[in-house]
Design a protein around this ligand. Structure first.
Ligand SMILES: Nc1nc2c(ncn2[C@@H]2O[C@H](COP(=O)(O)OP(=O)(O)O)[C@@H](O)[C@H]2O)c(=O)[nH]1
Ligand SMILES: [Mg+2]
Length: 441
């Protein structure tokens, strides 16, 4: 995926926080330093990096974590939110029913390729598409576009010999009328920038686009910001498509610099093929960059966590093996244990899948072992001595060690719940420790 290196270093930052015993000022400072290094080497502007560091540091240390989030989770969330802000928040792209889309941008930025990619994008979503070839400056521009969209069976209007882009559009429009989506490819090379801009203004006049997307090569890095500003001032753009994000070491610079201009990034190009186009959504982009595909759902879940009050209600009275049985069973019913665990404060961070599976299997073993106990044993686990243990092991086809393990788990759980009933938060932390002990965290 795009910006792999940045993703890797940011992933390391997150892991550093996850693994830390305590999120304190020292840790936050170190993390912020690593963050700075990662962003700067992805070409993000120094000023933006400093701003972001300051915000992360301040919020991580001073803000009170919202209900249901530990300081550690809060710190990760702050980091995530500030990175999303750095990319302008990006709210994605809403699929229109009908639209005229004009692409502008310099020669070589990827306009013609993006016309084909967008055509494919809309076609896949059931809309009919026509494209107009109005780059009358570049030799064989018409042929290039035709070749790109030919496999898609999309109609290209224009002609290889046309000289006047405005005429091309005037002629094409009546024929494009019936299409849901009409995409206009334009020229990127002129004798001067002024000439390019004035042709674009004239084209927009006749084409009356709903969207004017500026196509920018992300290899430009921070320079992309200046380009976005210039096009916006002269032509008025409604969005940006950043191309060649695949393998662009300067993609971070381009993304953040464009976001800073306030022009929304709508799509990113991640390859030469017509399928290599993605709707840009800053939240999803950052989640993926951090290597935490489920970060967002996790953050959402954190908002609706089982709060301590509710937990107390669930666990009132003396906790017996029967309760443990019911609990394990209900966890199984609620879905994969891992996702349930994520909803418990203090256990919030992602669990490795194998660990979760392993533990689910273990939980099931525990149920089998408890099935071999008498009712009395389940209600008064205290009475389970070593001879009873041997009997239970034999009856459930388990080892005595496993029975011991179950009892140990039960006792820790019982203690955790007791302190949960008494104290604030401590019980949950103990629960977390317990889960860690079980190889779950
Ligand atoms: N790797 C990669 N190459 C791209 C991407 N978009 C365009 N290109 C390549 O960039 C070059 C210029 O693209 P073109 O569409 O002709 O640019 P135009 O002059 O703006 O129309 C071509 O070789 C494209 O294949 C992208 O997202 N990734
Ligand atoms: Mg072109």
């Amino acid at each position: 995926m795009a910006l792999e290196k940045l993703g890797e270093s940011l992933g390391k930052v997150i892991r550093r926080i996850t693994l830390a015993g305590l999120v304190d000022e020292k840790l936050v400072r170190e993390v912020v330093r690593e963050l700075q290094r990662a962003l700067l080497s992805a070409d993000v502007n120094v000023k933006l990096v400093m701003e972001l560091s300051r915000k992360v540091q301040e919020r991580a240390l001073k803000e009170k974590p919202p209900a249901g989030l530990s300081r550690k989770e809060h710190t990760i969330r702050v980091l995530y939110e500030e990175l999303v802000n750095l990319l302008g928040g990006g709210d994605g792209y809403t699929l229109p029913q009908r639209a005229r889309i004009m692409l502008v941008g310099l020669q070589g930025s990827g306009k013609t390729t993006t016309v084909a990619k967008l055509a494919r994008y809309f076609q896949k979503r059931g809309l009919s598409v026509t494209v107009i070839a109005a780059d009358t400056h570049r030799p064989a521009a018409y042929e290039q576009l035709s070749q790109l969209v030919e496999p898609l069976h999309i109609r290209v209007l224009g002609s290889p010999h046309a000289r006047d882009a405005v005429e091309v559009v005037k002629e094409a429009l009546p024929q494009a009328e019936k299409s849901d989506i009409v995409i206009l490819d334009t020229a990127g090379r002129h004798r001067s920038e002024e000439e390019l801009f004035s042709e674009m203004v004239a084209l927009a006049e006749v084409f009356q686009p709903d969207e004017k997307f500026l196509v920018i090569d992300s290899n430009l890095g921070q320079q992309a910001g200046a380009q976005a500003r210039a096009f916006n001032e002269h032509i008025g753009i409604t969005g940006v498509v950043l191309t060649k994000l695949d393998g662009s070491a300067r993609g971070g610079g381009a993304l953040s610099a464009v976001a800073e201009t306030g022009a929304p990034i709508r799509f990113v190009g991640t390859g030469e093929g017509t399928d290599a186009l993605e709707v840009f959504d800053a939240e999803r982009f950052i989640s993926r960059l951090l290597g935490m595909g489920d970060l967002q759902s996790l953050l959402e879940k954190a908002k609706e966590t089982i709060d301590e009050q509710k937990a107390r209600e669930i666990f009132k009275g003396e906790f017996t093996l029967e309760d443990l049985y019911a609990q394990i069973e209900s966890l199984n019913k609620m879905g994969p244990l891992a996702s349930v665990m994520r909803m418990i404060p203090g256990l919030g961070m992602a669990l490795p899948q194998e660990a979760a599976e392993l533990t689910e299997a273990r939980m099931r073993r525990f149920l089998v072992i408890m099935d071999s106990m008498t009712r009395e044993e389940r209600q008064k686990p205290r009475i389970i001595n070593s001879s009873r243990m041997r009997r239970i092991a034999l009856g459930s086809g388990a080892k005595v060690e496993e029975v011991k393990e179950l009892l140990k788990y039960y006792n820790t759980m019982k203690r955790a719940l007791k302190s949960l009933k008494k104290g604030r938060g401590r019980g949950m932390r103990q629960l977390a420790r317990l889960m860690r002990g079980m190889g779950m965290q």
